[in-house]
Design a protein around this ligand. Sequence first.
Ligand SMILES: *Cc1c(COP(=O)(O)O)cnc(C)c1O
Length: 374
Amino acid sequence: MTIKRNILLNPGPATTTDTVKLAQVVPDICPREKEFASLMKGLREDLVRIVHGNLEKYTSVLFCGSGTINIDVCLNSLLPEGKKVLVINNGAYSTRAVEICQAYGLPHIDLKFPVDQLPDLQLVEKTLQENPDIALVHTTHNETGTGILNPIREIGALCHKYNAVFSVDTTSTYAMRPIDVEKDNIDFCMASAQKGIMAMAGLSFIIGNRKIIEESANYPRRSYYCNLFLQYDYFEKTGEMHFTPPVQTIYATLQALKEYWAEGEEAKWARHTRVFNAIHAGLDELGFKDVIKREWQSGLVVSVLYPNDPAWDFEKVHDYCYEHGFTIYPGKISTTNTFRLCALGAIDEDDIKAFFKVFRQALIENDIKIPARY
Ligand SMILES: *Cc1c(COP(=O)(O)O)cnc(C)c1O
């Protein structure tokens, strides 16, 4: 079977290998069979190993849903009665966390910073100092909307200094940029199968500190389906997900994990870096400008400013690229017009070189000036 290979430069789902795609074609199985449960055990442990967690101290809890379910679960499940959440917010994904706090009516502080700036750690510390009722701090590692990389290790250290639990949205770094939960001071991190591990959408997972999950057993139960302790407890007792798992996605994820270990953490990060550098080289050659200071970029997402050219039309450029097998993606900054090129997925620098031939042609076909005008 040959499957057309599309190069996805959007921020996930990512380009997958054919072996991962085909791993979903398996005999039908009821996920309540022991055979299936035994697959889940290895999977859960592997997810902890990717971030170098000690399996006694850290565990992983799986959910059926897209990555946002993880943010929802962590925020609604890990806040004790009478306490507050602090969201350190410099982008669209932390804003999503604030919206989740609003939806559940969780007392929270939305500590906002400009989307193209790093959070001011002194202000973070002052906020923690002045609000001893903050029990849970949440932020985003790589703000995928812009590609800015937040200093999670330093933020985590502050959280622990003020006895708060630290939850980080690592959806767009996990299994790409190396993470070490202990050294990075992470209590909870999260991702979904279709991003760094290059499997399919539908499976999301939280890696977290077992003791804190166990302590949360008697926190207010604000959701039934999306409660962290309930799902954890069911896993510990039965080895299974509480409700129907995304069966075929799990087979794809198991194959993707085999490929992850075969490639290796360092080699994989080096490959993403090659792709990222090739994206920058291609953009530089065409005169495009990016939004975030280079040294603050996560190495995974480039957020590009629309040129100041009356002929510029993102939709037309997108459609031309799409017809030629390459997907580019709009930006996520409300105040600036941008598009994004991302270094996720089973791609390498040759794919980016091939992309820029098509992209250049898309500019020429649409009479957009090269170099890009600003
Ligand atoms: C992709 C992503 C998510 C999850 O988004 P979904 O649309 O629910 O898959 C969450 N956080 C970050 C930082 C992401 O990049």
